[in-house]
Design a protein around this ligand. Structure first.
Ligand code: ADP
Length: 171
């Protein structure tokens, strides 16, 4: 098994050191992955997010950034919240999307997390075309894991189409 893997599944059930949340910049919850993580993880996660808003991020976390909380009732130890860019037809925001993956892995490394699970950031409510989102994700993670020490970086895809798109790129 290579360091990069892809599975079909639910990010909230992953038994890894850290799961990444496709958060929004408020850090206070939303739909999709964000809703599922807060529902299953319990109230301690949003409590920590509120503290982050009150301290380091009064204006919210900007797109491309990442920050960790503990993972409450989830099997993981940490949730790394990252804010994907909203897809734009007129502006190229690829660098922000790549930054989500890179910054999340930098936070993971600081925490000592050796296994990390990512959703397909920005490809849901934020409208990023799936295939392009997968391309950017895999390239960014491949580049980062070349320099860092992880046992597994797992992409967790919710449907067949997303799974195929990621799996094909990982090989
Ligand atoms: P964003 O707002 O960054 O687009 P979303 O949470 O809306 O984030 O969607 C990101 C991707 O995650 C989409 O492909 C969506 O189908 C998928 N997704 C939604 N719920 C889950 C889940 N529980 N586990 C894994 N992936 C999920």
């Amino acid at each position: 098994m290579g360091v990069l893997t892809a599975v079909r599944g639910d990010i909230t059930g992953q038994e890894v050191d850290a799961v990444v949340n496709a958060a929004n910049s408020s850090l206070l919850g939303g739909g999709g992955v964000d809703g599922a993580i807060h529902r299953r993880g319990g109230k301690s996660i949003v409590r920590e997010c509120r503290e982050l808003r009150a301290s380091a991020y009064p204006d919210g976390l900007p797109a491309g950034g990442a920050v960790a909380t503990t993972a409450g009732l989830l099997p993981a130890r940490w949730v790394i919240h990252t804010v994907g860019p909203v897809w734009s037809r007129t502006e190229d925001r690829s660098a922000q999307l790549a930054s989500c993956y890179r910054e999340s892995l930098a936070v993971a490394r600081e925490l000592g997390a050796r296994t990390v699970a990512f959703p397909a950031v920005s490809t849901g409510a934020y409208g990023w075309p799936l295939d392009d989102g997968a391309r950017i994700a895999v390239a960014a993670v491949q580049e980062a894991v070349g320099k860092e020490d992880f046992d597994e970086v797992r992409f967790v895809l919710f449907d067949d189409r997303s799974y195929e798109s990621f799996a094909r790129r990982i090989g």
